[in-house]
Structure formats: C-alpha cells, structure tokens
Design a protein around this ligand. Structure first.
Ligand code: HEM
Length: 412
C-alpha cells in the first residue's frame, strides 16, 4: 500500500469563475452548492459553454438534445479518456467498460450484464435491508433523544459502500477506505498526482484480493470475474484490477449522491415527506424524480474528428463534459424542469446516461435507493434539518450532499 494520509485529502479552493459561458468550473463553490441557475443561464445563453481551466479546454453542452446526441455518437465522441486535470490532460489507464469504444466495448459489457440483472440484484435485497437497519440502530437512540444525525455521513454514505463490499466479498469495514479513495478521486481534477496515487492504492488493494481469491475461491463477484471469459479469454490481473476499481468507483458516490439528496429534499419539503409516509405518493415514482432532479453523474468524452454540437464547432482532441444532470433539467423536455414533482408521471430522465454506456448498475442503484429511503421513512417518519445545519455538497463531476445534519420528530 502507498498509504495516502487522510490529511492529504483536504479541501481545495479554485479561482472564482468570472464568466460561466467561457470560464466554467465544476469545482467553484457556487456550482457545487447550487448548479441549477448556472445551467439555466448557460442553456438559454450559449448553450455549449467552454472553459480553459482543464485539459486543453473543455466543452459543456447543457441541453438534453446536445447531451444525448453526444452520448449516442461514440465514433465522434470517444470514451477512451480518463477525466480532466487542471492545467493540461494527464494520460492514464483505461477502466473497462466505461473507457472502451466500439468494437471493444460490447463484449465486456455483455459479459457483465448478468451480474446486474434485476433477478441478481434482487438477491442482494436482504443484505441491503440488514445494512440499513443496522445503520439506523446505531444512531436511533441518539436521534430519538433529540440529538443531531448526519443523514449523509452516518447513513447514505454507507449503503452503496457496504453493498458493493458485500457483492465483491470484501469486509464491510473497508467501506471507510473506499470513501476515502472516492474523496481523493473527487479532488483529483485539481490534483492529478493525488488521483494517480489513489488509483495505484486501489490497484494494490484489489491485486491482493485477487491473489486471495485465486488461492481460496469465494461466493462473490471477484471470484466470478476471475473465471469470466470474454470472447474465450480470461482477464489478466491488470484488467481484473481495473474492472474491480471501476465497480467501486462507479457504484459508491453516484448512489450516495442521489440517496443523500433525496433525504435532504425530504428534510426541507415536509409536504413531500408527509405524502410519502402516508402512502399518498408512490416512493418508486418519487425515486425517479429524485434521480432526475438530483442526478449525480457527469462524465467525459474526447472528440475524435472536427464536429458540431448544436451550433458549436468542436475540434479533434477537445474534451467534452457530459452533464447528464443539466440535461435532466432541460425545460424543453421536462415541464417545470426546476420543480421537484414527486408525482411526475412522464419522466424520461438521463441520470443513468444514454447510449452504449448507459449505467450497468441502474437496477442495483434503484434498489439501494428504494431500500435506503423506505427504511429511513419507516424509522423516521418526521425529520427536518437541524437548526443552523451546514449542508455541504461534493465538488466535481459527481454531485451529492456530504453532510446533512438532521433532527428527527416534529418540526424541530
Ligand atoms: C444513482 C446511482 C448511479 C448513477 C446516477 C449512475 C450514472 C451513470 C452514468 C450517467 C453512466 C454513463 C457513463 C457514460 O456515458 O460515460 C454510468 C455508467 C456506468 N455505471 Fe452507473 N450510476 C449509478 C450507480 C451505479 C452502480 C451502483 C454501479 C455498479 C456497482 C454502476 C456501474 C456503472 C458502470 C459499470 C458503468 C459503465 C457502463 C458502460 O460503460 O457500458 N453505476 N452510470
């Protein structure tokens, strides 16, 4: 292990944005805390914004049409990249299947689909339920005595980390390490060395686990991946380490973000909370609206040939940020797009992406959201933000609250 010190992963300050159309920054605190007016301004003004702060410049389409057109055109907008870095791009390794283009992408994705089928995902429900009950048991007494509980750090953060740990056959306690790595990756856009060291540490961790499973196979996804054949060939250790690293990275802060934002929404919208608790509104429908309204994931593409996005010309080698959360708030597609309507019937959101890379873990994420919210609402039918609560949000491409101090029962 390279042993990254927790203290190294501290918060960063970026120079304030001067003009969102030409100098945007997804690490500016105004974006982090409330990106919706910024995207609205961009959508009606540019609507493809640009910044010189990362790589050799990054484009940002903000309409549903532009984002989905890019996502559905992998020949021109390649996934074979690995994010952005302040002051120039950094060459890094690829993580299958998310960084593969056709024709390499399909065989890997196809071979992984059975792991995330609805039936397979359903088999993990009892574990998720046990995990959620256990988490709440850990702080229920404090909460019921009027103490503050952090719905993000004490609850939402642990559900995806504990679930993926169980699926991979890893100790639940390692969830703490996973979240530390995720935080390091979040800051990696402005600290490429930190990101490289985090990826290295994750690779070493998984290397050791692969060796353990080769010696003693288990009933888990690592063992299954060791025996997986893609077009007649097994994965080598490096490929295995990368696939496992992606599973961890793709599944944790993404789901944590939407789950945390949903609880934050309910803490601040008592009428929606009451409608869900009484059963007057349907939780499944509300979850789709939380996915749309608080979509957590933006990703990157590299332009392979000179092209246009809407009316904007882009050049081979340019980077594009795929702001799926901005597309999910486009008023051309969603009535009252900035209104969170937990009864929204027509909801063709793209929180899980669009095209060949559409989220492989969407069934898993939806079940985690359901069990996580259903359990919280049954145990705490009334809760609000704690007085003077400081709600903080993750910076960067994966959005979600990191701190949601709440008190349970009554109006506080
Ligand atoms: C609410 C939670 C989640 C959201 C919002 C989300 C969102 C996304 C998005 C937008 C993409 C498309 C990436 C692109 O176009 O480049 C994606 C891909 C992916 N997601 Fe998720 N995700 C979530 C949870 C999960 C979970 C729980 C897992 C698995 C443990 C997972 C695994 C993946 C994988 C493997 C891909 C790559 C698929 C491919 O390249 O074919 N995700 N996700």
């Amino acid at each position: 292990m390279t042993g990254i010190d927790h203290r190294e992963i501290s918060e960063q300050a970026v120079p304030p944005v001067r003009d969102w159309a030409t100098d945007w920054d997804h690490h500016d605190p105004r974006w982090t805390n409330d990106p919706f007016p910024i995207w609205e301004e961009m959508r009606s003004g540019c609507p493809v914004a640009h910044t010189d702060r990362y790589n050799e410049g990054v484009w940002l389409p903000t309409t549903y049409e532009d984002v989905t057109t890019v996502a559905q055109n992998p020949q021109v907008f390649s996934s074979a990249h690995n994010g952005v870095a302040a002051g120039g791009s950094v060459e890094r390794g690829k993580f299958a299947p998310i960084h593969l283009d056709p024709p390499d992408h399909a065989p890997v994705r196809r071979s992984m689909l059975p792991f995330f089928s609805p039936k397979r995902v359903e088999s993990w429900r009892p574990h998720m339920q046990e995990l959620c009950d256990h988490l709440i048991d850990g702080f229920a007494e404090r909460a019921e005595a009027g103490g503050t509980v952090d719905a993000s750090a004490d609850y939402a953060a642990h559900i995806p980390a504990g679930t993926i740990a169980a699926i991979l056959g890893l100790p639940t306690d390692d969830g703490h390490e996973f979240r530390r790595w995720i935080h390091g990756l979040e800051l990696g856009d402005n600290d490429p060395d930190l990101r490289i060291r985090v990826v290295q540490e994750m690779g070493e961790y998984f290397g050791a686990k692969i060796d353990e499973r080769r010696a003693e196979p288990g009933d888990d996804l690592i063992t299954e991946l060791i025996h997986l054949e893609i077009e007649g060939e097994r994965l080598d250790d490096d490929e295995l380490r990368r696939i496992l690293t992606l599973q961890l990275v793709a599944g944790i802060d993404t789901t944590w973000g939407v789950l945390g934002a949903s609880i934050w929404h309910l803490a601040t919208h008592p009428e929606d909370l009451a409608a869900l608790v009484s059963g007057e509104a349907d939780l499944q429908t509300a979850i789709e609206e939380f996915l749309r309204s608080y979509a957590s994931v933006s990703l990157w593409r590299t332009v392979t040939e000179n092209a246009v996005i809407g009316d904007t010309s882009v050049s081979a080698g340019d980077t594009v940020m795929m702001a799926f959360p901005a597309a999910c708030r486009d008023p051309k597609v969603f009535d009252n797009a900035n209104e969170v309507d937990i009864r929204r019937a027509r909801n063709r959101h793209v929180a899980f992406g669009s095209g060949i890379h559409r989220c492989l873990g969407s069934n898993l994420a939806r079940l985690e959201l359901f069990v996580g919210l259903d359990t919280w609402l049954r145990r705490f039918p009334e809760f609000t933000l704690a007085p003077g609560a400081d709600v903080t949000w993750a910076a960067g491409a994966i959005r979600g609250p990191r701190q949601i101090p709440v008190i349970v029962g009554g109006s506080g």
